[in-house]
Design a protein around this ligand. Structure first.
Ligand code: FAD
Length: 587
């Protein structure tokens, strides 16, 4: 079958902050850039980021990038790669200023400097007093950043394929990336986009869980594409549960609320975080606060009729602060939580929020894959940036405000590396037809599925399974059961798509493809979690409550073939400063 073809210097898959920052760098260098996105660019999940972006500007409290680096390494529970963390923290201030020049309307202090709020895990002087490091545009920071980047891309003449769904990567026999097979969602037409370089920027996979702050579109498509192309996923067991989702619903109430002075209380009216983190209290790291809430509820000190949540108290801040600094959060609490935070506390419970793991890359955004005997190599022409990638700057637990930073820093770094690469690699490599055929064959199998299994019912089953068997607290028995349940779902999906007859079209078809991706990513998550017999960051094992550096200070690599796991060392050596050696993590 002859498919329509388009050719570009670079193909960027994903139009969130990561993809758009990279595309801008490329378009400004006069390269021919295509951005493929399954939703209109400004609907990408980056738009939902509320609290802000970290940079040691030092506008509110004294600060410097080295303190930010320390907090990030500690927050990662020593699993983050320290070269990448140094690179990111050093670059942060310049990136904020650059975004401001692109048009992001950051909130101001009285003296005109950029306002910075306190966020969890931020300290002065390597673990001292609370720092205020998060730059914000009220509580709509992601919205402001995404719109500014989109407008700059339009100006730089980036070519957008809006509402196109990327299906699979194209790789040749040597493994070089040559572009992707995509579908135009409106018409269902399949197209090949050939490119000298391909960047995956498809965002996270929070939708593997039932209760999640993530948009419906965060289905881990790029991660699953990488798996199918033979690339492993790194550290997938580390999923961040945000402490303050609206109870029973999951929508996010930003950490910025606690940064502005909000705090948590249990059913006895006690400010319980004082017990778990005497120093940082409500602004301890997210994994710590999420576990504390789960324990309070489990031990019967929850709030409400079913004692199944705790309360986030904000009313003492006064209507002015709430209206000025947290307007969107107030609106959300009213609409989804049924309370006006000016008058009453917000019912909250931990909710799946962020995928720390992802496609392994180095700090230039190049995808790296193992080549045997513990060695790894860059995959020619393939890059990843943003939440779908694992650089790894977040290690076992991401600090709030570090992801917006991650996406712009490494989006830009990947862009710069691609520019240099294309100076040496000027021509398109011949297209690998077998690889295209494989992607198309996978699609045509789906055309035969229909009324046997309902995609939405299977999705609900997957999400509930992940929540029950791979949640905030984990243990061997429960995880093993989770593994078999998720594997069984995968098998059912395989059979379903072969056994039925009628056709599934466009949006329903996309949902089926997304479900397939979600199952792959969920399998990676639960298999990696069952193997890691320690507690580190967001991965909390009841049966192995301690961190075990001797055995486990290493990254997991999950491969789709036979669900194999491999491991690689943490890059503990920073670029210019001394290593931060692992210490007990207290807040
Ligand atoms: C509610 C919420 C609040 C947050 N608040 C903050 C915060 O205050 N500070 C902070 O630092 N971080 C925050 N985060 C995290 C941060 O916003 C995200 O990690 C980050 O924005 C992800 O950016 P991204 O560019 O990697 O992906 P996204 O913004 O998720 O974009 C992914 C893109 O990929 C495209 N895509 C995906 N699959 C396909 C496919 N198959 N074909 C074509 N296109 C595809 C989508 O269309 C989209 O354009 C928050 C996250 C959430 C969910």
């Amino acid at each position: 079958m002859k498919l329509p073809h388009r050719r570009f210097d670079c193909l960027v898959i994903g139009a969130g902050g990561g993809g758009l920052r990279a595309a801008l760098q490329l378009a400004q260098a006069d390269l021919h850039v295509a951005v493929v996105t399954k939703v209109f660019p400004t609907r990408s999940h980056t738009v939902a980021a509320q609290g802000g972006m970290n940079a040691a500007l030092g506008n509110v409290t004294p600060d410097n990038w080295h303190w930010h680096m320390y907090d990030t390494v500690k927050g990662s529970d020593y699993l983050g790669d320290q070269d990448a963390i140094e690179y990111m923290c050093r670059a942060a201030s310049r990136q904020v200023i650059e975004l401001e020049h692109y048009g992001v309307p950051f909130t101001r202090l009285e003296d005109g400097h950029i306002y910075q709020r306190a966020f969890g895990g931020q300290s002065q002087n390597f673990g001292g007093d609370q720092a205020s490091r998060t730059c914000a545009a009220a509580d709509r920071t992601g919205h402001a950043i995404l719109h500014a980047l989109y407008q700059q891309n339009i100006r730089a003449k980036t070519h957008f394929f809006d509402e196109y769904f990327a299906v699979d990567l194209i790789r040749n026999e040597e493994g070089a990336a040559l572009g992707a097979v995509v579908i135009e969602i409106e018409t269902g037409e399949v197209m090949v986009i050939e490119a000298k370089t391909t960047l995956l920027a498809t965002g996270g996979a929070g939708r593997i869980f039932r209760t999640s702050t993530n948009a419906m579109i965060n289905t881990g498509d790029g991660m699953a594409m990488a798996l199918r192309a033979g690339i492993p996923l790194e550290d997938m067991e580390f999923v961040q549960f945000h402490p303050t989702g609206i109870a029973g619903k999951g929508m996010l109430i930003s950490e910025g609320v606690r940064g502005e002075g909000g705090y948590l209380v249990n059913g006895d009216g006690e400010r319980f975080m004082e017990r778990y983190a005497p120093h940082a209290k409500d602004l301890a790291s997210r994994d710590v606060v999420s576990r504390a809430i789960a324990i309070e509820v489990r031990e019967g000190r929850g709030c409400g009729e079913n004692k199944d949540h705790v309360l986030l108290k904000v009313d003492h801040l006064g209507p002015d602060v709430i209206k000025k600094r947290l307007p969107a959060i107030r609106e959300m609490a009213i609409r989804f939580g049924g309370v006006d935070p000016i008058e009453s506390p917000i019912p909250v419970y931990p909710t799946a929020h962020y995928t720390m793991g992802g496609i392994p890359t180095n700090r230039y955004g190049q995808v790296v894959a193992p080549v045997g005997h513990g060695a790894e190599e860059e995959v020619v022409g393939l890059y990843a940036a943003g939440e779908c990638a694992c650089v790894s700057v977040h290690g076992a637990n991401r600090l709030g405000g570090n992801s917006l930073l991650d996406i712009v820093v490494f989006g830009r770094a990947a862009g710069n590396h691609i520019i240099a690469y294309l100076k040496e690699n000027r021509y398109h490599r011949p297209l690998a037809n077998e690889s295209v055929d494989m992607a198309v064959a996978r699609l045509s199998k789906w055309e035969r599925r229909g009324d046997g299994e309902s995609v939405s019912a299977m999705l609900a089953e997957l999400q509930l399974t992940m929540e029950e068997y791979c949640g905030v607290f984990r243990s061997q028995e429960v995880l093993d059961e989770g593994v078999s349940k998720v594997l069984a779902l995968g098998e059912r999906l395989d059979e379903a798509r072969l056994s039925d007859h009628s056709k599934v079209f466009n949006t329903a078809f996309m949902e089926a493809l997304e479900l397939e991706n979600l199952i792959d990513v969920a399998t990676a998550t639960v298999v990696s979690a069952a193997a890691r017999t320690e507690s580190r960051g967001a991965h909390s094992r009841l049966d192995y409550p301690d961190r075990n550096d001797a055995e486990w200070m290493r990254h997991s690599l999950y491969c789709k073939t036979d669900h194999q796991l491999d491991y690689k060392p943490v890059r503990t050596k920073p670029l210019t400063v001394d290593t931060f050696p692992p210490k007990k993590r207290v807040y």
